[in-house]
Design a protein around this ligand. Sequence first.
Ligand code: NAD
Length: 498
Amino acid sequence: MPATPTLPTARNLIDGVFTAAGADGIPMYDPATGEVIGHAPRGTRADIDAAVAAAKRAFPAWAATPAPKRAEILFRAARVMEERKDELARLVTREMGKVKLEAEGDVQEAIDMAYYMAGEGRRLFGATTPSELPNKFCLTLREPIGVCGLITPWNFPVAIPSWKSLPALVCGNTVVIKPSEETGGCATAYVECLMQAGLPPGVVNIVHGTGEVAGDALVRHPDVPVLSMTGSNETGRLVAQNAAPMLKHLHVELGGKNGIIVLDDADLDFAVQAILWSAYGTSGQRCTAGSRIIVQAGVHDALLEKLVAAAKTQRVGHGWSDDVNLGPVVRPAALEKIERYVKIGVEEDGATLACGGRRADVPAELAGGWYFEPTVFCDVTPTMRIAQEEIFGPVTALIRVQDLDEAIEVFNGTPYGLSGAIITRDFASMMKGMRALKSGIVYLHNGTIGAEVHLPFGGVKATGNGHREAGIAGIDFYSELKTVYIDYSGALQRAQID
Ligand code: NAD
């Protein structure tokens, strides 16, 4: 088993002061071994009040700091994260289990976002546009909004806090982060990097704790006008309901049931590689995981055979081992949920288990960890529960269709709409699929996973509420547009009348 060096632990950061967990801390685990690796502070409503008050005090000075100066701190944060990349990646693997390459990718995403949002500090463009009246000028300005409450999940424990906080900060807002209970060390190390880069006290704050207490206190706080939460649909609906009475600026980014369409003319060896990466990357615990493979009848059996053979070659084990490409799942509850869905697939849905379907065998020193075999279901129909509900584990389901039209109908037949893909060599089918898939993200000729920070990220239908992370869309969410009319005619000019 790889040696684990001493790594930072979860601490609160309020007004520039870090504090460790008390005796009532929330236990944190290494999913690779099941061992307790530390405790996160059990944040209270009073801790949230203190963090929000600090962020509110820091807001006027930070908002008044020129955006290019704010951006210089984000540039430095990117460099600090580059220097600490190995340490941050080890933390990711230790707290949520993903394999080394992907853990490094998680951190790289935060570095990319810091460089990208730092660049935005010299843009933050508004618009100028002609007026309908003479001697009148029109423009829009971006303004910061205030304290942003950011609630994050465990599956991208460095990247997601960065997706939310960096656009918020460059726009001149201050933030309070409530990270997942599972991955508090990652979020703490990330805010340490921001502080090392020179962020003034109170501009970024972090309070650990349960969703029901610390998360809920942030959602309902009257001094938090902006809320962005990523997590499950169940939590998202609750957060949306609880935030609604205050008419907050709200973004929820939720689960998915993503599909990869494979047509008869596809290169099947390539398709298998794309499916492996999409279905089993992060052990299937990505919001964009390819959990439905919608296959045209002509290649269905050949693809199934190749996919099962390839799934059996996946090497399950400790995420920090170089020869492993499928790490553990995050917690015993996740393992139990996956087992429940395998049972539903076989007993309730009547699908066929083509491979996997059980806990994976691992060496004795990892016996306490939470490992599941890469699993493929076939004979799956579109309305089965395993084809409709998010499993969040290394499980994928093959659905046979006759043609592209049926594939599109099946793809669109779930409540979700995060990521979709179409693998074909036919240009017209790609273009038709690109337009017809009801999905926030579409990949042509690849799998469903892989986001770049300068493009908008988010889903349609029950995956979200219409906003996007990253790209200029991220800037749009964390700034308010002010429309300015400058009338230098010296006369009373009336729009629509004169
Ligand atoms: P989760 O919903 O259990 O928790 C997410 C966060 O919400 C945590 O910080 C949690 O403490 C907090 N929370 C829980 N109850 C709360 C409440 N009542 N009020 C306020 N906050 C509360 O989700 P998870 O298990 O951490 O993450 C997995 C889920 O996230 C999956 O469904 C996955 O698809 C989704 N996800 C979506 C995206 C996306 O961009 N669409 C990205 C990553 C993960």
